[in-house]
Ligand binder design. Structure first.
Ligand code: HDD
Length: 705
């Protein structure tokens, strides 16, 4: 027999005689290798002697089919993947809790809303819609905001987005909109992009999508962080109280840290610098104890309000402006724990719109009704059988009893003889008309038809309202996004068709886009089922910039240093940043860190190539004179400064950094957002200014868009 030459083979240094065999309290055999670690076993529990070499005839001979360990290991590996979600494939989740502010018993009998201060466990998964599981985080896309609350009356899944409206009014069009945005089927590209012909072809042939398109072309579609975005239940739902009275409700999640997005030019660069930008951000903030938080707010209304409202409350392409119907905060969601295993929790979590506890009910929104079919069906495909509710992440956290049994991977089966009811043995659970779910007894009648209601026919008025509610920078970003996207559309008639829709939304916007696309003349406005209303008031609540946080909390400062950087300024910055509950990263020529002017050594989080300024909300340039000399030779250092300026960020600097600013071409155009950090009081002024987040006034001069 040839000697085993594998260096790591345990058979060289350990023999079965070295293992300690113990019996546990239950009589089970615990096996420990000589170093005290548990013995590696097969999935059947059999101890493994060699995990480095397959079983073969002689050292150079053929492999043997006897090698059950090898076959089991490879078989399992071959089956590690499950189908990715057909939409929202790329996502990231976290655990937390929902805390109720006050009793809502007058509106709903849902148990989680009865007792002030009560906390209910929750799991949230954020996602992009179009891209595959391995795509990048900063696609221009809608973000999923799916919340599972494990209530004492079963799981409530509020499967929402960061945009309060949707592309289509009827679920029957969902496969079409999704096919159109996904990679084109013959070429399988572009990945995670809406900038291609098929998407814009479908959109321009579907005018009901125009309101959503304005949102998707706005900064909402490139959020800075999951922590800084709103969430929406989108549809009108019902609250139903103990007396079976119904109130319509729309759900909003409002981030405690305010709203913030990035610039498109920045998004493109972030995707290269850190494709995991959003998930890393969530991970880092939760791991560091800065728990993200949202308030759950509701708009409550009755049928009388619905009858007087300008639009149909069943139409998911419409909002009810907060200025018309204010939101009321009813609780808060705090995310305080990351999953221990991504696959087991974030990948296998199964959200379903039809998961509602007693006291929450559906409206007749045709999109919601269709979703209630789709989500259960998709989980069966994705998770491989009807027992996906046995997975810990999907199982309710309240008592549950039923007679469901068997099926693939059943972890729970009824014990005893009785697996049906009624039965003569008086065993097992029974339904409860008092505690059980009672559907709201809405009276319905009418002929069976396939018909879109007249009240869904206005496709442009709220699109216009959204546009006119934006600040000038935000309007510029919408125009720039449309121009960028349509410039990637190869078929001229599709570009033209989109501009003809824009004519119905805002003529100035339409002509800006048409001009940038090189149109010789403007197309006629698209035929509209209903004329655009010009009388809808702007809704400031729809602007991100209007609702900025006014503080730097939760944001990140990038501090560029070199050997000899001014220690006093560095320390003052750190103290103020920490005081603001913000974070920082040190960027240096080498990851090994630098020695400051006072002789103290500090570690770098990033070397200059790995820490471009797009990863930070603001930057401070602290290189010493000598350090600046070295950085002048680095293209990445020049980009660090130039990009921060172009992306309208606040820049703090010490005098020795001026040559670098010169090289980056910004030294002659300093504005109020570029702040000298000569003394500690300047540092305070700089940190205070950061609360504005961006210097949007700079934007036209740097031609960001
Ligand atoms: Fe959907 C996933 C949100 C319309 C069918 N959807 C999914 C997720 C979110 C949404 C956040 C990811 C859940 C997770 O993290 O696992 N979807 C929405 C919103 C919609 C919407 C806010 C409109 C208001 N969806 C919609 C329609 C249909 C679907 C009209 C089908 C008729 N959605 C699905 C799905 C998915 C899904 C195929 C894919 C993976 C999954 O369900 O679990 O069933």
């Amino acid at each position: 027999m040839a000697k085993n030459t594998s260096k790591t083979s345990p058979s060289d240094n350990a023999t079965i005689h070295d293992q300690k065999l113990h019996r546990g309290a239950g009589g089970e055999l615990h096996q420990f290798a000589e170093d005290g670690k548990p013995v590696l076993t097969t999935a059947q529990g059999g101890p493994v002697s060699d995990d480095q070499n397959t079983l073969r005839v002689g050292s150079r001979g053929p492999a043997l089919i006897d090698d059950f360990h090898f076959r089991e290991k490879i078989f399992h590996f071959d089956h590690e993947r499950i189908p990715e979600r057909v939409v929202h494939a790329r996502g990231y989740g976290a655990h937390g809790y929902f805390e109720t502010y006050a009793s809502l018993a007058a509106y709903t009998r849902a148990d989680l809303f009865q007792r002030p201060g009560e906390k209910t466990p929750a799991f949230v998964r954020f996602s992009t819609v179009a891209g595959s599981k391995g795509s990048f985080d900063l696609a221009r896309d809608v973000r999923g905001f799916a919340v599972k609350i494990y209530t004492q009356q079963g799981n409530w899944d509020l499967v929402g987005n960061n945009i309060p409206v949707f592309f289509i009014q009827d679920a029957i069009k969902f496969p079409d909109i999704i096919h159109s945005v996904k990679p084109e089927p013959d070429k399988e590209f572009p990945q995670a992009q809406s900038a291609h012909d098929n998407f814009w072809d479908f959109i321009t042939l579907t005018p009901e999508s125009m309101h959503m398109i304005m949102w998707v072309m706005s900064d909402r579609a490139i959020p800075r962080s999951f922590r800084f975005m709103e969430g929406f239940g989108v549809h009108t739902f019902r609250f139903v109280n103990a007396a079976d009275e119904s109130t319509f409700v729309k759900f909003h999640w409002k981030p405690k840290l305010g709203l913030q997005s990035v610039a498109w030019n920045e998004a493109v660069k972030i995707n290269g610098a850190d494709p995991d930008f959003h998930r890393r951000d969530l991970w880092q903030s939760i791991q560091s104890g800065a728990f993200p938080e949202w308030e759950l707010c509701v708009q409550l209304f009755d049928q009388d309000f619905a009858d007087t409202f300008d639009f149909d409350i069943l139409d998911p392409t419409k909002i009810i402006p907060e200025e018309i119907l204010p939101v009321k905060a009813i609780g808060r969601l705090v995310l305080d724990r990351m999953p221990e295993n991504f696959f087991a929790e974030t990948e296998q979590v199964a959200f379903m719109t039809q998961n509602v506890p007693p006291g929450i009910d559906f409206s007749n929104d045709p999109l919601l009704q269709g979703r209630n079919f789709s989500y259960l069906d998709t989980q069966l495909k994705r998770l491989g059988g009807p027992n996906f509710t046995h997975l810990p992440i999907n199982a309710p956290k309240c008592p549950f009893h039923n007679f469901q049994q068997d099926g693939h991977m059943a972890m729970r089966n009824p014990v005893g003889r009785v697996n049906y009811q009624p039965n003569s043995w008086n065993q097992g659970p029974r339904e409860s008309p008092v505690q059980g779910y009672r559907h709201f007894p809405a009276e319905e009648q009418g002929p069976k038809v396939r018909l879109r209601p007249e009240s869904f026919a206005d496709h442009y008025s709220q699109a216009r309202q959204f546009y006119i509610s934006q600040t000038p920078p935000e309007q510029r970003h919408i125009a720039a996004a449309l121009i960028f996207e349509l410039s990637k559309v190869e078929t001229p008639v599709i570009r033209e068709r989109m501009v003809s829709h824009l004519m119905n939304i805002d003529e100035t916007l339409a002509s800006k886009v048409g001009h940038a696309l090189g149109f010789k003349s403007m197309p006629k406005p698209a035929d509209a089922a209903m004329p655009t209303r010009q009388d809808l008031e702007p809704s400031p609540a729809l602007s991100i910039i209007e609702r900025g946080p006014g503080r730097f909390e939760g944001r990140k400062l990038g501090i560029l240093v070199s050997d000899g950087s001014d220690a006093a300024v560095f320390k003052a910055l750190l103290a103020e940043i920490t005081e603001q509950k913000a974070t920082f990263e040190v960027i240096a020529p080498k990851i090994g860190g630098v020695t400051l002017s006072d002789g103290n050594w500090i570690e770098a989080h990033q070397m200059i190539d790995g820490g471009p300024s797009v990863l930070y909300d603001a930057v401070a340039l602290l290189p010493s004179a000598e350090g600046t000399g070295d950085l002048l030779k680095e293209a990445t250092a020049r980009d660090f400064v130039a990009d921060a300026f172009v992306h309208c960020k606040f820049i703090g600097y010490v005098e020795t950094a001026l040559p670098l600013m010169q090289k980056a071409g910004i030294a002659d155009s300093l504005d109020e957002g570029v702040i000298a950090l000569g003394a500690a009081k300047d540092v305070s002024a700089f940190i205070k200014a950061l609360g504005k987040l961006r210097v949007w006034g700079r934007e036209p001069s740097v031609k960001l868009n």
